[in-house]
Ligand binder design. Structure first.
Ligand SMILES: [Zn+2]
Length: 926
């Protein structure tokens, strides 16, 4: 009994695959595919599944096409997140315990050991390997490593020596994202929220209130001349603090932030916001103004107090207007100071009134503010009495003046909020001294990367723009951290190289990973790596033979052909790795291509482990079978599109695999003699082979499945229908099954491996030769004949539904030769507008008159409706419709259970016969 049992197929194949995908240099052409390695701090979900299965499908495809394929995997363990997790587990944090115990299903005894961060990553690394293997991902596991292995650290030290010598590693003071709980700078990967936030510079405008300063934060210091009041939140408790020796009134949050930005801060006393209302403050550039209440003032933005410029800031304008509507502060008038084309005297009033905005909470307020900000910056000019300069010039000059003469300071803040660390703490901006940076801002380095990007294959092509933009915008990158796992920074061993910075050229490490661990790490000097990777000789190299073997591996595999990753890594990892490659490796060892993935959705919502909206890959495999998971993930969207996991659709994928299985078992042993319909089936197969091959060459997994699965299945259904009674088909079916199994093998390797054995195929299907189309087997005449019959069958069916009578006979009436002439002329023509004229130059046609012009119109419409490749074939190949239908007469009679007559339309007496067209006979049901 050969039942459809995915679990059984998985077991059978795993046994045969144990070492099958270990790959060594050979005489074959190589294909090296890599994917961004995982940070194993939790269980894999189906989104991760796609990340590793897409390269696997491509790897399996090229392996079958005779290339020597390398697909390795390692684990990224560097950084602080796992340390935070272990601390939270030690503290019995209920949220973390719930995530790990209930969602990730970590057994209690293992969970207890998670207080050690290395235990967490070791546990999940082996889980990842187990689940990846269960998914049939064809990895060479001999090359597995983690980024805290001592030999890997030696490799990183070598890499950094080269970066340093090239002048790309610098030390300086710099504002960075910082977590005060972890006491560490925060990278993109350490954030729960706010990964797009940029650090921006506010100017603190210092107003006097008695002996203290009230610093208000602004991005538009030039508007000081238009200040009518300050805004203070009456519900907030502010503080008076000594900042660098003078008294400031600021929010509590601001006091903490300033302490991180090179200021000495000492708290003196608390001041309720309401106590500040209606106090009068002054500034040399705007004179005396009152403090007014406003709930919108956010104590967690910069200093926590703001100045109000109602003439130019829509928020200020509306807030003031609201107070005045309540009868308060009616003596205050907006003070304009900037002239800008397209706006009246008071731009904020203009914009608010034009927009019909009635209250502060209107969602359009932000865009309105941005609009005025941009307009005034790009074409605004200060009034003459304020100097008359363009805003873009005046802004910096006035900021400089305030800093020099009026005690102003710079304060750093994020442009969007909130920014939250993985530990749950709000991230702040800190100025780090003695911080090490990778100097990605260096224009010469950027140019090197841009030049190489131009030579790379990027899939899909539209990501090129995003790469260009990232190279352009990248700023210096804080590359060391104080806390975490990883390699010590060679020039300051109290620091560690941060996670994104030690993961840029590890694709080169895979080539030697399984061999280098045979060497004592203490022997791994920079000279050793210079030899392996750069071919530089030095005296007294240790273990010469082993080094030569590694050099050979590197030269064979490198550069990698394609790197696969999700699109959110374009702005960091995928671009960083290019910077590092161009510094370290020669031109002929630079990366060749990248494939960028879309995101995963679960029932329409974004997958996110931290929000619990995930479906674990392991559960998916045990519920549906690995092949089902693979085929669904590859078939529901192209890799660069977002995909949506829905269980009900996954179930139908499983049924498709089962149908395939049954088709093959039912067909493989057919032994009949081949007929025209077999030639048709094999002819069609050639184009499915070609199109599947093209699609996979272009990484279009969805398109490939459309051809390899649905295309062939549709043909088989028609084939079965066309077989005469009592026939199981011919021995050509064996040929078809053999090709079909191989075409689907990259997608559903377990089922394919099982069926390959059923078919007595040689060796493993994973290494069987990929089918190659044989042009000699393509028979367009037979393909056209079948197309004509199947279209006619469809027409008969729809007419029968329409007229709703029980037919006694069916007559198929075939178009006359002269209509075929017209059809051919139109099909071959490039310019269909002048056709009627052209056709009517022919005497015979002209004599037919309206009949001929009607036929031209009808043929034109028909040609528009037919698929272009059919039209193209018809233009080249003429078929004898009468003969085609005569040959199919028995089939048609069996299909419809009534006598079928085939007639020439011109000799028919039936009125409908005149509607017969080439490739679309008239159908008369009586
Ligand atoms: Zn933190």
């Amino acid at each position: 009994m050969n039942a459809f049992d995915l679990g059984k197929f998985e077991e059978e194949a795993q046994e045969k695959w144990t070492h099958a995908f270990e790959s060594n240099p050979s005489n074959l052409e190589k294909c090296y595919l890599t994917v961004a390695y995982p940070y194993p701090s939790g269980a894999m979900h189906v989104g991760h599944g796609r990340t590793y299965i897409v390269p696997d499908v491509i790897a399996r495809f090229w392996r079958m096409r005779g290339k020597q394929v390398l697909y390795p995997m390692a684990f990224h363990v560097t950084g602080a997140p796992v340390i935070g997790i272990s601390k939270r587990i030690a503290k019995h944090d209920p949220k973390t315990i719930h995530l790990y115990r209930d969602l990730y299903k970590v057994p209690q005894n293992v969970l207890e050991e998670f207080t050690d961060p290395l235990t967490i990553v070791r546990h999940f690394a082996s889980e990842y390997q187990r689940v990846m293997t269960a998914c049939g991902i064809s990895i060479d596991w001999r090359r597995r490593f983690t980024t805290v292995d001592p030999t890997y650290s030696k490799f990183i030290e070598w890499q950094w020596k080269h970066l340093f010598e090239a002048g790309h590693v610098i030390k300086g003071a710099h504002p960075v994202r910082y977590c005060t709980v972890d006491d560490n700078p925060v990278g993109d990967h350490d954030l729960l929220e706010g990964d797009k936030a940029e650090v921006i510079k506010f100017t603190l405008v210092m107003f006097h209130l008695g002996d203290a300063f009230i610093p208000t934060a602004t991005l538009r210091p030039e508007t000081i001349y238009g200040v009518t009041n300050l805004w203070v939140n009456p519900n907030v408790t502010y503080v008076k603090a000594l900042v660098d020796g003078s008294a400031w009134i600021i929010s509590q949050e601001a006091a903490e932030k300033l302490a991180l930005q090179d200021h000495a801060v000492e708290l003196l006393e608390e001041i309720p916001g309401r106590d500040l209302i209606e106090k009068i403050v002054s500034h040399p550039l705007c004179g005396k103004v009152p403090i007014l209440p406003a709930d919108f003032v956010d104590p967690d933005l910069a200093s926590g107090l703001v100045m109000s410029v109602p003439a130019h800031a829509p928020f200020d304008y509306i807030a003031l207007r609201d107070l005045q509507h309540a009868g308060k502060y009616t003596q205050i008038k907006p003070v304009p100071l900037i002239k800008v084309e397209g706006y009246g005297e008071i731009p904020a009033q203009d914009a608010v009134e034009k927009g019909g905005i009635t209250h502060q909470m209107d969602s359009r307020m932000d865009s309105l503010t941005q609009e005025i900000y941009s307009a005034e910056f790009s074409k605004g000019k200060l009034f003459d009495k304020y100097g008359g300069k363009p805003v873009r010039v005046a802004r910096d000059e006035i900021a400089a003046l305030m800093i020099e003469k009026f005690a102003s300071k710079i304060m750093y803040e994020f442009d969007t909020r909130p920014v939250v660390c993985r530990c749950g703490n709000k991230v702040k901006v800190k100025i780090l001294h003695d911080q090490w940076f990778l100097k990605y801002s260096d224009p010469a380095w950027k140019t090197q990367v841009s030049d190489h990007l131009g030579d790379m294959a990027l899939v899909p092509p539209e990501v090129r723009l995003e790469f260009d933009r990232t190279v352009d915008w990248l700023k210096d990158w804080a590359c060391t951290r104080r806390v975490g796992l990883g390699t010590r920074f060679p020039w300051d061993t109290t620091q560690l190289i941060e996670p994104l910075s030690d993961s840029t050229i590890y694709m080169a490490y895979y080539t030697i990973a399984h061999k280098i661990r045979e060497i004592d790490p203490r022997l791994l000097t920079p000279e050793v790596f210079d030899f392996i990777y750069l071919g530089k000789e030095s005296p007294e190299l240790p273990e010469r033979k082993k080094l030569e073997a590694m050099r050979k591996e590197f030269l064979y595999w490198y550069p990698y052909n394609y790197r696969f990753s999700a699109k959110d890594l374009i702005s960091n990892h995928l671009t960083f790795q290019l910077f590092h490659h161009v510094t370290i490796f020669p031109k002929d060892k630079l990366p060749l291509g990248m494939v960028v993935f879309g995101m995963g959705l679960l029932n329409g919502a974004k997958m996110s482990s931290s929000k619990g909206n995930v479906f674990l890959l392991e559960d998916a495999v045990s519920d549906f079978g690995a092949d089902t998971v693979r085929m669904f993930l590859m078939g529901s969207a192209e890799p660069w599109q977002d995909f949506d996991w829905r269980n009900e659709l996954v179930i139908s994928t499983k049924k498709q695999i089962e149908r395939f299985f049954n088709w093959v078992l039912e067909s493989k042993d057919a032994a009949g003699e081949p007929h025209d319909i077999d030639r048709w089936l094999i002819s069609r197969l050639q184009s499915h082979i070609n199109r599947t091959t093209d699609a996979l060459t272009n990484f279009q997994t969805r398109q490939a499945l459309q051809e390899a699965y649905f295309g062939i299945e549709t043909d088989l259904k028609w084939y079965r229908r066309r077989l005469t009674k009592n026939s199981d088909g011919s021995r050509e079916l064996h040929t078809l099954c053999s090709a079909w199994i191989r075409l689907l093998a990259p997608f559903i390797p377990f089922t394919a491996e099982h069926l390959w054995k059923e078919l007595a195929g040689e060796g493993l299907v994973s290494f069987a030769p990929w089918p190659v189309a044989n042009e000699k087997l393509v028979n367009s005449r037979i393909e056209l004949s079948e197309e004509l019959i199947s279209r006619t069958v469809e027409d008969i069916e729809s007419i029968r539904k329409l007229i709703q009578i029980t037919p006694k006979s069916i007559t198929i009436s075939i178009a006359p030769a002269w209509k075929h002439e017209i059809f051919l002329i139109i099909a071959k023509s490039n310019d269909r507008t002048t056709l009627i004229k052209e056709i009517m130059t022919d005497d015979a046609m002209r004599r037919r008159g309206k009949e001929a012009t009607d036929a031209v119109k009808q043929c034109t419409t028909l040609i528009h409706r037919l698929p272009p490749h059919i039209v193209e074939l018809l233009a080249r190949e003429s078929i004898n419709e009468m003969a085609v239908f005569e040959a199919a007469k028995i089939f048609l009679e069996e299909e419809f259970g009534v006598p079928v007559h085939i007639t020439e339309a011109e000799s028919s007496e039936h009125a409908k016969a005149v509607t017969a067209l080439p490739f679309k006979p008239a159908i008369i049901i009586e």
